[in-house]
Design a binder for this molecule. Structure first.
Ligand SMILES: [Zn+2]
Length: 485
């Protein structure tokens, strides 16, 4: 059903939003007060996780910890943390108290623990069918997602520890994959943000890896039906186009994507979760509720991978209560959605006729939306938990981006639109310089590249003006559209 689909598909946006929130949290670091954080996770198949945190080089008293939570649909994460204990380096027990602050649980190690101390706690498993986007350990496979697993220091000055490490003790013989770079026996996330958004998968997955030049994709699937190979086969050429458009990986020296698909045998083998993680960048998740189709999954994966660039590298400052920047949602979601189909078409993964059908479907969604007349994209971005409003971000956003691209191509040539995207990436890559962009900066970049573009943005992308008809038709009848979201 549509509303259900829409609400489930809200996940990729929520993840992006939360990612941004953490980015900004972490961006406000002051003087370092923490030398090293090392996590060791024991995975018990079919049971809980044991986590040990070793803290070194701590300065101050009463260190506070919290989960980097806030995930929209993952409720009561703090209630999954149990048996928390703390010890000094000499082995003396330290009292730990838990309090709620602004709705978030905060654990405080009371007193002065000294520079080196450790915590231990247990993470009770999540029901993998109710919360497929959380950490779980089945009998033969496990997924560990940073945000539902790790307590991190909550004090100013501890947001950029000198060193971060994660070791995951999986049952012997289990292969493992991770978004974090490997470091000996463990992993080394570059930042707390990476720790939060990273993933380790181990055990009974089928890995289908495709690689060409600086682009690689590994699809992990639970079945042996060839779906992983089909997905990686289709995603690879699209990723290559993405890399070509922006001219470089979001960071590091390759665009190396880990795509994770969970399937739910109890529900007809549908894919319940898709996670796309670029090594060293953040994890994008979605929980599609119907996908068994390589077209749909490629669309979804492409959209999420584009967020490594738009929303990840080129990232906006945030505004509560929706922690994305509403006045830039036309860019982070609308342009992303438009570019998803554009790159698939360019890579030969979307026939021209199907691409026209996407436009028709977006236009139908937009025109039929009861909210269309009343909402700008920024308004809609503030109310995305409402399914009727949510769809508007992707229909109106797509159409506004398409209109902007058409206008710029007509006025300033075929490279104008994508040239701005590339320049924004080159000049505002958060991964390189911690800088964010404002809505005004993005508008200025488009206007500078093609005078008149700013007015299109004002009227249709951030404004409420009704979009003109696209005039797109599919000749010879309708063909089934690929996923439209
Ligand atoms: Zn998105």
């Amino acid at each position: 059903m549509k509303p259900r689909l829409l609400s489930r598909l809200a996940l990729p946006v929520l993840v992006l939003v939360l990612g941004l929130q953490v980015v900004h949290d972490l961006g406000s670091a002051s003087r370092p007060r923490l030398g090293e954080l090392r996590y060791r996770v024991g995975v018990h198949p079919g049971g809980a996780f044991d986590v040990e945190v070793r803290v070194r080089g701590w300065r101050g008293k009463s260190p506070r910890f919290r989960l980097l939570d806030g995930w929209g649909l993952l409720q009561h994460q703090a209630s999954h943390i149990g048996d928390i204990q703390a010890w000094t380096a000499g082995g003396a027990a330290l009292p730990v108290t838990r309090k709620l602050a602004d709705g978030d649980a905060v654990w405080t190690v009371e007193g002065r623990p000294g520079p080196d101390f450790r915590l231990e706690y247990r993470v009770e498993p999540y029901d993998p069918t109710l919360s497929p986007e959380a950490s779980f350990a089945d009998r033969n496979r496990a997924v560990l997602v940073g945000y539902s697993m790790f307590l991190v220091p909550d004090d100013p000055g501890t947001r950029r520890p000198g060193s971060l490490g994660v070791t995951v003790a999986l049952p012997s013989g289990w292969p493992s994959w991770s978004s974090w770079p490997r470091d000996g026996e463990g992993f080394r996330p570059a930042t707390l943000h990476d720790l939060w958004s990273g993933v380790v998968a181990g055990g009974g997955y089928t890995a289908s890896r495709m690689e060409t030049g600086a682009v690689a994709v590994t699809a992990l699937t639970e079945g042996r039906d060839g779906m992983g190979l089909r997905i990686s086969n289709r995603l690879l050429p699209v990723l290559r186009e993405m890399h070509a458009l922006f001219g470089a990986p979001p960071r590091g020296d390759s665009l190396s994507v880990l795509a994770l698909y969970r399937t739910m045998p109890v529900r007809n083998h549908m894919s319940q979760m898709i996670g796309n993680s670029e090594e060293g960048a953040f994890l994008c998740l979605a929980t599609p509720d119907r996908f068994r189709d390589a077209d749909d999954l490629t669309v979804l994966a492409t959209h999420e991978c584009l967020h490594f660039y738009l929303g990840g590298a080129v990232t906006a400052s945030s505004e509560p209560p929706f922690r994305n920047a509403p006045d830039l949602v036309w860019f982070t979601e609308g342009v992303t959605e438009f570019l998803t189909f554009r790159l698939m078409e360019r890579a030969g993964e979307l026939p021209a006729r199907a691409a026209r059908e996407v436009v028709i479907e977006k236009e139908r969604e937009y025109r039929e939306s009861p909210a269309a007349a009343a909402f700008s994209l920024a308004d809609a971005a503030r109310r995305m938990e409402e399914s009727a409003v949510y769809g508007l971000v992707y229909s109106r956003g797509f159409l506004a981006a398409r209109l902007l691209e058409q206008q710029m191509t007509a006025d300033c040539g075929p490279d104008a639109f994508e040239g701005v995207l590339r320049r924004l990436f080159e000049e505002h890559n958060y991964y390189l310089d911690d800088k964010t962009v404002s809505a005004a900066q993005v508008r200025r970049a488009f206007e500078a590249a093609c005078p008149g573009a700013g007015s299109i943005i004002d009227r249709y992308a951030t404004g409420r003006e009704t979009l003109p008809p696209t005039g797109v038709t599919v000749e010879g009848g309708r063909t089934p559209a690929p996923a439209v979201r």
